[in-house]
Write a protein that binds this ligand. Structure first.
Ligand code: DOR
Length: 430
């Protein structure tokens, strides 16, 4: 066995198998031993994990890295660094870039940009050419490059027959179709959730039904498609969670995610008219938030996914109805989950690490378990650390976080990617 180059010392290891206190030694990108009082070879880097949790690195199913085309908002490099600081060792980059990631060449370009990034970057390919919703993109050539998720995120696939074809084709390719559930006609002109607050504020709203109609349609399509796998993105309404719960009870091959802002903010925040609270799907009233929280707690929802959506200040500072939707997520998601959700730590990690790893097709390299010979993709979390976001210190190139002033308990101390430290004592080192 090669001598360890890195030792993660004295942490409480938490993975899908359970928990135990142990040291972890790493060499050549892999875990070489897990045990108590392991020797530290001369020259090995020691990461102190005493009073901390050592977990498989987090996996984000929903990250906007904005490259190519919107580099003033984010780049693969800055977004990956933000992810590493948030405890992520892998993210799935959304294809609504400019141009969109809808062919092998575009996918290759992002993978190339990500070669030395601070986390592993996988690409979600577009379902339709140009994300225009008219004809299928060349999914096979993207799948051949390792693309496992396809989505037109930012827009839902409006044409039901085309969505049916995408599901059929995806099952032949062994990939998953992910849907941004939004009926464009129902949502048209809406800038927030349609309800009491939109009436009071005089801001046009989009109804919860705009999401729920597409959830219902796609579950019906999945039922007639046989072997396909469907993943529902950023679910935000009580009706969506209820529909998902009964579809799962029927045994449909559907998975789903919720975003941190949908379990921690309500549409009352829009009363400030601050576009930092504009996001799509929009923030909802408490009853919807409660349904999302319940879905995360009872296993109906499979993953917490950030929908990290960077936008530069000049765009987010426009009037509410003109500002683009979206908020940052990577650097605050874990702290929000630990602070806001009354769930055991292992359950939070299931939602943020091994379950999303499986949905992304990354389970052989990410999401643990923490055992000898597995790739060393790890994060070390101090569950008692208290902190607040300082927007000036975010690694993201953008600043549109709605969580300034929020007090968090739980912080990422170290992140290890393929055996190399990328975050040490809360500072990015790559
Ligand atoms: O709020 C959002 N922002 N929702 C989306 O679906 C797209 C995303 C973006 O790309 O900014």
């Amino acid at each position: 066995m090669a001598e360890a180059t890195l030792v993660v010392r004295g942490g409480r290891l938490v993975d899908a198998a359970g928990e135990r206190v142990a040291d972890v030694t790493v060499s050549g990108g892999h875990v070489t031993a897990v045990g108590t009082d392991l020797p530290v070879p001369p020259g090995a880097l020691v990461l102190d994990a005493r009073s901390c949790v050592v977990a498989p690195g987090l996996v984000d199913l929903h990250t906007h890295l904005r490259q190519p085309g919107r580099e003033e908002a984010e780049t693969v490099e800055t977004g990956a660094r933000a992810a590493a600081l948030g405890g992520y060792t892998a993210v799935v980059a959304m294809p609504n870039t400019d141009p969109p990631l809808d062919c092998a060449g575009a996918v290759r370009e992002v993978l190339e940009l990500a070669r030395d990034a601070a986390c592993e970057v996988r690409v979600a390919g577009a379902i339709t050419r140009g994300r225009r919703g008219e004809s299928l993109a060349p999914m096979a050539e993207m799948a051949a490059l390792g693309v496992r998720l396809f989505t037109d995120d930012g827009d839902g696939v409006q044409d039901g027959a085309l969505m049916r074809r995408a599901l059929e084709y995806s099952s032949d390719l062994g990939v998953t179709v992910a849907q941004h559930c939004e009926d464009a006609a129902l949502a048209a002109g809406g800038h927030m959730h349609e309800g009491e607050w939109s009436s009071r504020l005089g801001i046009p709203g989009a109804p919860a039904a705009a999401e729920e109609v597409m959830v219902g349609r796609d579950l019906a399509l999945l039922a007639i498609t046989g072997r396909a796998r469907l993943h529902l993105q950023h679910l935000s309404t009580a009706g969506s969670v209820a529909a998902l719960r009964s579809a799962r009870a029927e045994g449909l091959a559907v998975t789903a995610e919720a975003a941190p802002h949908h379990f921690s903010l309500t549409d009352a925040a829009v009363a400030s008219y601050d576009p930092v609270f504009k996001v799509n799907p929009p923030l909802r009233p408490q009853a919807h938030v409660d349904a999302v929280v319940a879905g995360l707690g009872d296993g109906t929802l499979d993953a917490i996914a950030t929908d990290h959506a960077p936008h530069p200040p000049e765009e987010k500072e426009r009037p509410f109805d003109q500002a683009p939707p979206g908020m940052l997520g990577l650097e605050t998601a874990l702290a929000l989950a630990l602070t806001e959700l009354d769930l055991p730590l292992q359950r939070v990690l299931a939602l943020m690490s091994w379950q999303p790893a499986r949905i992304a097709g990354l389970e052989s390299t990410h999401g643990g378990p923490i055992v000898e010979s597995r790739p060393a993709n790890l994060c070390v979390i101090d569950p008692a650390a208290t902190w607040e976001v300082d927007p000036a210190r975010l690694a993201s190139r953008s600043r549109n976080t709605p969580f300034v002033g929020r007090k968090f308990t739980g912080r990422v101390r170290h992140t290890v990617l393929r055996g190399e430290p990328v975050v040490v004592d809360g500072e990015a080192v790559r």
